[in-house]
Design a protein around this ligand. Structure first.
Ligand code: B12
Length: 313
């Protein structure tokens, strides 16, 4: 459920202008929805100004994506969580958006060359945001579904992973700054925990971190806690971000996250993301849970005091 925000520190809330800037929705639309649908219910300051929680901003961004896919506000505004997420990835009346459908045909045809070319074309012509959020992420999720339903061979799935890893690294190479001094707090250490072999989440996060002109330090997948701690202790002001897939989220992983939290320097920020990450209220203390890339973006915007990467000059 969306938090009412009543007990929140006003400093951690967003103004309607900031919400509009991050979601692309006009403040007028947001006010009309509150009146008409009762959502998002803003926190009112003594001055009468509206403020929104991070959770509400993420919800509004999902709403904006679903609307951009052609779904009706009356339907979209009633939804939350997984149901809403599905509409951000699918167009009405069809299972997939045309671009993802086309990319899936290439996966089925084991045509890595066309797949890579199409994604590069998307990156050059339609930009980083469309490529990440409208092509790569829905493609990964559709491949997961197809694999589960036995519509895809192991080789086809592996081939896609290889293509995406190469591309995401290549895109990152294009946006990474090479000629400036990187402050310790501007680095983000990225890893998955022991037993977790899903690495595309890390690549996506690394690309997003680079788009925000920060430096991802990739330790890769399947790392024991003491290895992550050893690297982090050298640079305690760099946040540590861990990707947890649905395959590995759960109480056993929570215990590993607790021990990682205990062993890291107390000042080191620990970010846990990926669809296996839990929500803050049920999770480990002193850990920032950011299950989606949209939440990572908001975190970076508030942490580093910067605007969305595609609105910077
Ligand atoms: C490719 C793939 C593999 C490859 C991975 C290769 C590689 N080098 O990465 C291989 C073949 C190794 C593999 C193995 C397995 N896989 Co697999 N795999 C996938 C697939 C298709 C993509 C994986 C991936 O990287 N996802 C991770 C990211 C990209 O997705 P995400 O968790 O939703 O994260 C999103 C955000 O949360 C965010 N994010 C991710 N990390 C982070 C971190 C931070 C800090 C932040 C802020 C955000 C963030 O980015 C993503 C984009 O929105 C998924 C399908 C899917 N839907 O994910 C299945 C999937 C994850 N695999 C699955 C399974 C079952 C397995 C195996 C158990 C299969 C087996 N029987 O061996 C093993 C387990 C391996 C292990 N020990 O980890 C299931 C899990 C289902 C479940 N609920 O348990 C899935 C969902 C497929 C399915 N539909 O059944 N897999």
């Amino acid at each position: 459920m969306v938090d009412s925000g009543a007990n929140m520190d006003p400093g951690s809330l967003f103004s309607i202008g900031e919400v509009g800037e991050t979601t692309g929705l006009s403040p007028h639309t947001i006010r009309v929805w509150e009146r008409r649908y009762g959502k998002p219910q803003a926190v009112r300051l003594a001055s009468g100004h509206r403020r929104y929680t991070q959770e509400q901003v993420v919800w509004l961004r999902c709403v904006a994506e679903a609307l951009a896919n052609g779904h009706r506000p009356g339907k979209v505004l009633k939804l939350e969580g997984e149901e809403l997420e599905q509409l951000t990835q699918r167009q009405p009346g069809s299972d997939l958006g045309p671009l993802v459908g086309q990319l899936m045909d290439m996966v089925y045809a084991s045509d890595s060359v066309s797949l890579a070319e199409e994604l590069k074309r998307c990156w050059h012509n339609r930009g980083a945001r469309t490529t990440i959020f409208d092509a790569v992420v829905p493609l990964i999720h559709e491949v997961g579904r197809a694999w589960q339903e036995d519509r895809l061979t192991i080789a086809q799935e592996h081939q896609l992973t290889e293509v995406l890893q190469d591309l995401l690294r290549g895109f990152r190479g294009q946006v990474s700054a090479t000629d400036r001094n990187i402050a310790e707090s501007d680095r983000v250490i990225l890893a998955t925990l022991a037993g977790e072999r899903h690495g595309l989440g890390l690549q996506l996060v690394a690309l997003l971190v680079a788009l925000y002109e920060r430096e991802p330090v990739l330790l890769g997948v399947d790392l024991p806690v003491d290895e992550i701690v050893r690297v982090s202790k050298e640079v305690p002001r760099s946040p540590v971000a861990i990707s947890v897939s649905t395959a590995s989220g759960g109480p056993a992983t929570d215990r590993v996250i607790s021990s990682l939290r205990r062993e890291l320097h107390p000042k080191t920020t620990l970010l846990i993301g990926g669809s296996g990450a839990r929500r803050a209220r049920r999770g480990v203390r002193d850990v920032v849970y950011l299950p989606t890339l949209a939440e990572l973006e908001l975190w970076m915007q508030s942490e580093y005091g910067i605007r969305p990467f595609d609105q910077q000059d």
